[in-house]
Every structure is written in structure tokens, then in C-alpha cells.
Design a protein around this ligand. Sequence first.
Ligand SMILES: Nc1ncnc2c1ncn2[C@@H]1O[C@H](COP(=O)(O)OP(=O)(O)OP(=O)(O)O)[C@@H](O)[C@H]1O
Ligand SMILES: [Mg+2]
Length: 332
Amino acid sequence: MRGVIRLEALTRSYGGRPAVDGVDLEVAAGELITLVGPSGSGKSTILRLIAGLDRPDSGRILVDDVDVATVPPPRRAVAMVFQDYALFPHLTVLGNLTFGLRVRKVRRAEAEQRARAAAQRLGIDGLLDRYPDQMSGGQRQRVALARALLRDPSVYLLDEPLASLDGPLRFATRTDLLALHRELRTTTIHVTHDQHEAMTLGDRVVVLADGQIRQVGPPQQVYDEPADTFVAGFLGSPPMNLVPGGGVLGGDATLTIGVRPEDLALDDAGPVTATVEAVESLGSEANLSTRCPDGTRLIVRTGPRPGVALGDEVRLRADRLHRFDATTGRRR
Ligand SMILES: Nc1ncnc2c1ncn2[C@@H]1O[C@H](COP(=O)(O)OP(=O)(O)OP(=O)(O)O)[C@@H](O)[C@H]1O
Ligand SMILES: [Mg+2]
């Protein structure tokens, strides 16, 4: 089946420090996977290894059951969109879009026609005569995406392709990408820092830390049942409250108890007492920073007008607790 990616014990170190450390992952044909993790966790390195721009120290990469170590990068059926766009500065948008097609001997008229169609799809058809330095970061990013679309690969590798877009444009482009994926069904690995992208784009999300995979699963499952305290703290904004020993949430010294801000509620009959230290109003919702008598800080997400003020004493109810091993951080 076209577009199956298998990573086996993939490892790559720089100067003795592993950037990618024993990664095993199978991506199904047609799947859209999001790869998330903190800066420096190895996301771009994994994509560059798959694209053949870098070589693993050990482990294997199979695309469509072929070990790609034997295939030179230009012949790998992957299209990568780089974090920094990597457009040719001396070519116009049209030139950038047609370049790869021309290299593959597509006739000029046809190349230009296909380029215009891809540009139209990404809303940059008005920019075809511009040079990269005459465009905004978001526009350049769309050009890089359009260029990848023109390659018709088995696999798309997208390294933060929406990072330079903001607000409505980011939302619209995310929706476009998703629609495009539904239509083309090309296997895609999408790297992102963005919580919304991580939750909404992928069939599965892969959470990476220090070059190692911490958890793989459907986004809602990873969110609902994080495998360890790292994943619990990484997905979700504001992050899950984690209380060593459990404290006001109950538990014992062998446990760390977690509760997401939205699973804490203001409730006059709630068992936890806390003082409001900060109110952050976000329009559609509010985050309260509260402090319990034992010093524990709990972030509470409420509706838009929580009706509390700084210094108020409130009672809280916790609806859904997560238990982690206090030593290993693993879910229990
Ligand atoms: N060419 C290189 N030479 C030396 N170290 C490198 C090189 N490329 C990456 N690294 C190191 O490998 C680690 C992983 O880098 P990588 O670029 O994969 O992270 P990332 O998850 O993509 O981060 P970001 O979110 O900031 O883009 C980092 O510690 C980085 O400094
Ligand atoms: Mg990166």
C-alpha cells in the first residue's frame, strides 16, 4: 500500500547527544499524524531522516516496505515543507512552484497551469509574480505548501507549516489542510507546537520528549489518558494541575494526582478551599489561579464571567482525577 512509513529503533545523535533516541513508529497509508513536543525534542530531525536529508546512526526507515537508506533523497517519494520555507530567493512564486515540475520534464504550459491551480487552492494566486522577499512569512509558508502539493508524493512531511500564520488565516489554513487531506488521502506527518493543531488535525498524535516517543494515540485519548506526567503537562492549555502526593486532592506519597483546569469547578459544597490569586479573562472563558492553604496552586477554568474577585475564598470540586506514580511519573 502506498504511503506506509515504518520507523524502527531510529537513532541519531549530534556530538554524543541523542536528538532521536530509539523511535519506533508505524504510520498507516493515508493517515495524518501530528508530531508534537517541546523545542529540541527531535521533531525536525525525524522528518529530515525520513526525507533523507540526514542519516540515522542506527535503526531503519521503511517507506512502502523499502528501506530508504538505499534510495537517494531526490528519488524518495516524500515532499517536505520546511520550518523556514526554503524557497528559492531568485525565483518568483511561479518560478518556485514550477521548478520541480520543470526538473521532472513537465512541459512549461502544463507546469504553469498546475502551479496556478495549486496557488489558487492556497489563496496565493495573486502573488505569482512576487519574489520571496516581497512577501510576508505567512504568504511564503503558503507558497511552500503549494509547492509540496505539486509533487504528488507518497508522503508529506510538514514541519510547522502554519507557524507563521495567525488568527483567522491560521484557522482557515488548518481547515484547508484538513479538507485537502480528506481529498488526497496522502500519508502526512505534521509537526506542530500548536495545541489546537495537535488536537484537531491528526488521526493520531505522537508526543515526543528528548528524542523519545512518550505516547501515541488518537488525540482525545491522549488528552483523556496521558501516559505520564510529561504528556499530561504538555497537551492542554493551561496545563493539567499536578499535585505531588495529592495533597488537597487526596492520595498518598507514592502518587502524583492530576486534574485538568476544566475539571475543577466552583462549587459552594466542594471539598477544596482555595483563595483566588489571579483572574485571567479570555472572553469566552476565564482561568482562575487559586492557592490552597497548604500552598498548592490550582488553575481553574470557568465560564466567561466567574463572578469572583482577587482575594476571594472559594470552594472547588474536582470531577476527574488522574493518578501517576510519584517516582516514575507513569500513569497508574
Ligand atoms: N545539524 C545539527 N547539529 C547539531 N545538533 C543538532 C543538529 N540538528 C539538530 N540538532 C540538535 O538535535 C536536537 C533536536 O533538534 P530538532 O531540530 O529535531 O528539534 P525540534 O523538535 O524540531 O525543535 P523545534 O521545535 O525548536 O523546531 C536539538 O538538541 C538540536 O540542538
Ligand atoms: Mg523543528
